[in-house]
Ligand binder design. Structure first.
Ligand code: PBG
Length: 342
């Protein structure tokens, strides 16, 4: 800042007179038009990605109890939700599948007829290239133990066996029409393995969004209801400790070296410092995931009249954008896409 208040009228006010301010930032906040004109950043519908869940074996959409307003969809309601999101102007859709049957190796994730691949085909048939369709790559919705990989003899997730399955999952998702695949398992080498498999299968144009800086967060709690996760333990041997900072840079650098086209920070609001640091560090687009717990906290407080719902949601989205996210995955994407103005 080159404000030199010593030379200002403030400093040379006559003795005994009250010192009124010369510098008045409030001039630029006086009217809505002035505030709009001088806005430094503004989140737009283009930045928003709507997550959608397809549940196998239901005939009516089911509201997720810990995420009021968010549904497990049938095929039919999924197509409708995708069309609504596009009509609202959202920038992308992120799809998740909830299978009926789970097993130790999460075989539903690599089955060409698996629930997520079905979801991708349904949505691509509905919306085509009018938005960007993203598939989440992991095994945790598909394994009976709930971890995002296969377990080794020691009971921990076997890194290298798991990334072989992620590579197969990437190919079946790309075959089903995903524009982008997003590995969320936090296994070492997952991006490189997936890139090689996609290229070998002729999917050179399918992009990879790495969930690069993904923390072991309790804010994923409601999502685990949403996907009926059977996880008993925790994910601390593969997701990051919330107190770490530089480790995120390392994860991002590795993902980029392995061929990630975009990187993600997750969760969003409790990790804005990480988001800003990564935005300052890399030149690829950056996504932030405003996760289920961030959603449910505001919804719960708003339902009690403790927070102004709409204003709080827009403030949270604006803050995530300001901190450096060029894309925000948000359960409010469809609802809020049409109302993002100052
Ligand atoms: C992995 C995955 C999770 C989320 C997105 N992808 C859960 C986890 O890692 O435990 C969480 C999203 C949210 O909380 O909204 N399948």
């Amino acid at each position: 800042m080159n404000l030199n208040l010593n030379n200002s009228a403030d400093a040379i006010a006559a003795p005994g007179t009250s010192r009124l301010p010369l510098h008045r930032p409030r001039r630029l906040r006086r009217t809505p038009a002035l505030r709009r004109l001088t806005a430094e950043t503004q989140v737009s519908a283009n930045n928003l990605i709507m997550p959608l869940f397809l549940r196998e074996g239901i005939s009516e959409p089911r509201e997720i109890p810990s995420m009021p307003g968010v549904f497990q969809h049938t095929r039919e309601s999924l197509r409708k939700a995708a069309a609504e999101a596009v009509a609202a102007g959202v920038g992308g859709l992120m799809l998740f599948g909830i299978p009926l049957h789970k097993d130790p190796t999460g075989s539903g994730a690599v089955d060409p007829e698996g629930i997520l691949q079905t979801a991708l085909r349904e949505v691509v048939a509905e919306v085509g290239d009018s938005t960007v369709v993203i598939g989440d790559i992991n095994l945790d919705e598909y394994t009976d133990h709930g971890h995002t990989g296969v377990l080794g003899a020691d009971g921990d997730v076997d890194n290298d066996a798991s990334i072989r399955l992620y590579a197969q999952a990437a190919v079946v998702q790309a075959d089903a029409g995903a524009h982008i695949v997003a590995p969320s398992g936090m296994m070492d080498g997952q991006v490189g393995h997936i890139r090689a498999a996609l290229d070998a299968a002729g999917h050179q144009t399918v992009a990879i969004l790495g969930y690069s800086a993904k923390y072991a967060s309790h804010f994923y709690g409601p999502f685990r209801d949403a996907v009926e996760s059977s996880l008993k333990g925790n994910r601390k041997t593969y997701q990051q400790y919330p107190g770490n900072i530089r480790e995120s840079l390392r994860e991002v650098d590795l993902d980029l070296a392995e061929g990630a086209d975009m990187v993600m920070v997750k969760p969003a609001l409790p990790y804005l410092d990480i988001l800003r640091m990564i935005a300052d560090h890399v030149d690829v687009p950056i996504a932030a995931y405003q996760v289920s717990g961030e959603y449910s906290m505001i919804e719960a407080a708003a339902a009690r009249g403790w927070l102004a719902r709409e204003e709080s949601i827009i403030e949270a989205l604006t803050s995530i954008h300001r901190a450096g996210a060029s894309m925000i995955i948000s359960y409010w994407a469809t609802e809020f896409a049409p109302r993002l103005s100052i």
